[in-house]
Design a protein around this ligand. Structure first.
Ligand code: KG4
Ligand code: ZN
Length: 364
């Protein structure tokens, strides 16, 4: 089994994944949403201190689950990049200590690759009995795979042609999709994380006032042909609109702002995906996936699903519990590294706030 650790932002998580079947055996995650809520975003110093307290607590729970017998653990995998330096280091230090005491190798995982592998997480009960090398068969059946990654730190279109062959085709020029939801929620005093709160206000508004169009906001990069994303202009348009609204804001106003913002942000994504689907690289894709924390947004999922139908692609998504940061996705991404013997010596392993150049292939 591989023990995996995730601490790249504000979720402390540890998982156990079976190497042969790729089944998730055990998974615990403690999110820090409550602690960061008053600040409208993640405070790195607070996040780091909370990981320092909580990672040992959840490791203790895992030890109890294993009846204090850690001998089935054959490697330790940890997110080392990209993310907040002060939180990544907490996970890496625990991983190194475990490797030393258990005498097992260390696997360093890129968090973004982890999000892609969240598509393939399966529990013991869902284990596929027809294939011995189930993960490899499932992955190969979907390749080449187009991916939209939407999280708090990234908005990217990726092309995956092999387990170790992922290229970035588009990314955000400024804020990410998830971050813009967090900022809008902060302006409206809705707390952190903003994504689920903004989505829920937008949904209530459209259900309660089906005949009323939401507040209108510009769609970013509408007349720009570049395959790129941008959310800071839209975020500022929301800020100015809120300033201009008569105070106090009523829940209908908040709903109208949230629904209008979500509509423009998602329309921006869909328009850029349309450009991608018309590119040569997308012609032979049978599958397209949305991953990352913000891929839990059901409005975005439904918009992208309609687009996929138009272009004859099958949409893949992760289970809702595995969209946001978790160690289960790091464990399943680590299996292929384990089989290749791609280990990092403890004295060389380090964290990096950004991805390494070698993590991604150049554009085909
Ligand atoms: O992947 P993730 O857990 O952490 C990063 O790697 O950044 O993503 C967290 C982000 C936050 O910005 C959060 O507001 C956003 O995902 N998010 C959502 C939704 N649920 C989470 N954004 C829009 N709609 C949602 N339902
Ligand atoms: Zn993430």
């Amino acid at each position: 089994m591989i023990l995996s650790i995730e601490s790249s932002c504000d979720d402390s998580s540890i998982a156990l994944t079976d190497i042969n079947s790729a089944a998730l055996v055990y998974h615990i995650k403690i999110s820090q949403d409550k602690e960061h809520s008053n600040y409208g975003g993640v405070v790195p110093e607070i996040a780091s201190r909370l990981h320092c307290q909580r990672l040992p607590q959840i490791l203790q729970r895992l030890k109890t689950f294993l009846d204090d017998d850690l001998s089935p653990i054959k490697a330790v995998a940890v997110t080392t990049r990209p993310g907040l330096s002060v939180t990544l280091i907490e996970g890496l230090m625990m991983a190194k200590a475990l490797c030393l005491s258990l005498q097992v190798p260390l696997i360093c995982i890129n968090h973004l690759k982890g999000h892609i592998y969240s598509l393939f997480i399966k529990t013991l009960a869902q284990n596929c009995s027809t294939h011995r090398d189930c993960l490899e068969s499932c992955l190969n059946a979907t390749l080449p795979l187009g991916v939209l990654l939407v999280s708090g730190g990234h908005t990217q279109i990726l092309l995956m042609r092999g387990a170790n062959d992922i290229s970035i085709l588009a990314q955000s020029l400024d804020d990410s999709f998830g971050e813009s939801f967090d900022k809008v929620a902060k302006y409206l005093g809705l707390g952190y994380p903003g994504g689920p709160k903004v989505e829920s206000y937008a949904k209530d508004f459209s259900l309660t006032y089906p005949q009323t169009p939401p507040h209108s906001f510009p769609v970013p990069l509408l007349h720009n042909q570049e395959l790129a994303f941008s959310f800071s202009g839209l975020k500022n348009a929301v800020r100015l609109a809120i300033q201009a609204f008569p105070k106090p804001l009523h829940s209908k106003d908040i709903g109208s702002i949230c629904a209008g913002f979500q509509k423009s942000a998602c329309e921006h994504i869909v328009r850029k995906l349309k450009c991608f689907f018309q590119m040569r690289e997308a012609q032979d894709l049978r599958y397209f996936a949305i991953v990352g924390g913000a891929s839990a947004n059901l409005y975005l999922r439904s918009q992208v699903e309609s687009l996929c139908k138009m272009y004859d692609k099958q949409l893949l998504t992760s289970g809702l519990e595995f969209c946001s940061d978790n160690a289960a996705m790091i464990g399943i991404a680590a299996i292929e590294h384990y089989k290749r013997g791609d280990f990092t010596p403890l004295d060389e392993a380090n964290i990096s706030p950004r991805s390494l150049e070698s993590d991604f292939s150049s554009i085909p």
